[in-house]
Structures are given as C-alpha cells and as structure tokens.
Write a protein that binds this ligand. Structure first.
Ligand SMILES: Nc1ncnc2c1ncn2[C@@H]1O[C@H](COP(=O)(O)OP(=O)(O)OP(=O)(O)O)[C@@H](O)[C@H]1O
Ligand SMILES: [Mg+2]
Length: 226
C-alpha cells in the first residue's frame, strides 16, 4: 500500500498482515507516517495505491456494517464540546446501533472513571478527562478492530492504569488492536508485534516474543537512524 499527498510520498510499499486478535504496537519518529497509516487502516483515508482487507475481504469505507466493527482514538478527540459526556456517547451509540445503550453508557463511563461527570458538557472537561471520554467512545460499540493513536496523551497516572486495563481486556477478548505510542515499554508490554515506521516505510516488523531481553531502545535507534 502507498499513500501520496500531492507528489510527496507519505507511505511507501507498506505491507502488513495481522491475524484476528493480534496486537500491534506502531513505533517511529514524528512524521514517519504512523497516523496516516492508522487513518488508512481504519478507513478514514483512502490509500493512493493498494488496498486494505478486513477478514480477508477488501474493506469498503462506505460499508456501515464495517464501520461498526472499528473503534478509533485519534489526535483529535472527535467529541462535541457543547454536549455532555452522556450525550456524546448517545450520539455515537445511536450511530452504531448499540443495543441496551443507557446501560452500556453507564458501564463505559464507569470504566474510564467519568461516572460523576455524566451530565457535564465536554467543554468543561480537562484535557485528560476528554481523553478518557474519547476512550469510552472508542470502545462503546465493542468493535472488533481498534486503532489507538497516542492514547496516553494527557492522561494522569491513574488514567494510564485504566487505559492499560482496557487494552488488556480488549486483548484478552481477542480484538485486533493497533497502538501508536512513543512509550516503548508500554508498547512492548502489551503488544505481540512491533512495527517501526521510518520515512513512510516499514523498517522493522517482529513478534515481541523474539525481543525479550533485547535492548530494544538501541535496536529502535539503529532502525530509525540507520
Ligand atoms: N494532509 C497532509 N498534507 C500534507 N502532508 C501531510 C498531510 N498529513 C500528513 N502529512 C505528512 O505526512 C508525513 C507523515 O505524517 P503522520 O502524521 O502520519 O506522521 P506520524 O508518524 O503520525 O507523526 P507524529 O509522531 O508526529 O504523530 C509528515 O511528513 C506530514 O507532514
Ligand atoms: Mg501521529
């Protein structure tokens, strides 16, 4: 798969295959193409050449049944600031046809520690609270495929623990997960595969099991500087 914007190549010859239930940590320096890759995989952006297949079938961005299987946390929180926490989740829940929505909303707000902010408008939320709500929104419809673009941004220590718990639960439920992070330890700890991007190319793609004990930081620096 390739992505060009204008005549600039953002991603070049990227080929990735991830089994159902796989957990991929995507690493790489600023500007390497990580966010672009996740946008393409989550069907928010079309590739210039090549295609994305989900469950063996070419993925059509317009297919609503496919959209329902995808959850995203991106650089922007995708929240409506004039709506309350609950209203935001109602909006997305209806969009995705979530069954038993009131209960489900209570449960995810509880999970991310925002139960007491149910009726508060999002514009009154701190950065970290908005990020917590973005996590709740991404998991609300229990998607099979999850894309997290630097989800730790702005989270306090307690919220980091909450997010790690959510990620472990999703992994144990055999959902397929892509996680962009600049935190190697967290990435290596959770993922079963590490992909490193450098200037739009995959320069490393290995199972984390094979990296046990290795000095990963050194390896990473070799890959992105070499
Ligand atoms: N809409 C756009 N128009 C032009 N160039 C773009 C656009 N979006 C991204 N790029 C370029 O594509 C490259 C990859 O950007 P991308 O956001 O995917 O990087 P990233 O790996 O997510 O970086 P970061 O770690 O800073 O989030 C960058 O050089 C960026 O300038
Ligand atoms: Mg990015």
């Amino acid at each position: 798969m390739t992505k060009k914007i204008g005549d600039k190549a953002i991603l070049q010859d990227v080929t990735l295959q991830v089994p159902t239930g796989g957990f991929v940590a995507v690493l790489g320096p600023n500007g390497a193409g990580k966010t672009t890759l996740l946008k393409i995989l989550s069907l928010l952006l079309p590739p210039s050449a090549g295609q994305v297949k989900i469950a063996g079938r070419p993925a059509e961005a317009a297919d609503p049944s496919l959209r329902r299987q995808i959850g995203v946390i991106s650089h922007s929180t995708l929240l409506y600031s004039h709506l309350s926490a609950a209203e935001n989740l109602y909006f997305y829940g209806r969009l995705y046809d979530v069954g038993n929505l009131p209960l489900r909303i209570e449960s995810v707000l509880e999970e991310v520690g925002l139960r007491y902010y149910f009726h508060d408008p999002v514009r009154t939320f701190s950065r970290g609270m908005q990020q917590r709500l973005a996590i709740a929104r991404a998991i609300l419809h229990e998607p099979a495929l999850l894309f997290f673009d630097e989800p730790y941004t702005g989270l306090d220590q307690h919220a980091i623990e909450i997010l790690n718990g959510v990620l472990r639960r999703l992994r144990d439920e055999r959902r397929t997960i892509f996680l962009i992070t600049h935190n190697f330890e967290q990435g290596l700890d959770l993922a079963d595969r590490v992909v490193i991007l450098r200037r739009g190319r995959v320069v490393f793609n290995e199972e984390t099991a094979s990296l046990r004990g290795a000095d990963f930081k050194k390896l990473y620096l070799q890959k992105v500087e070499g």
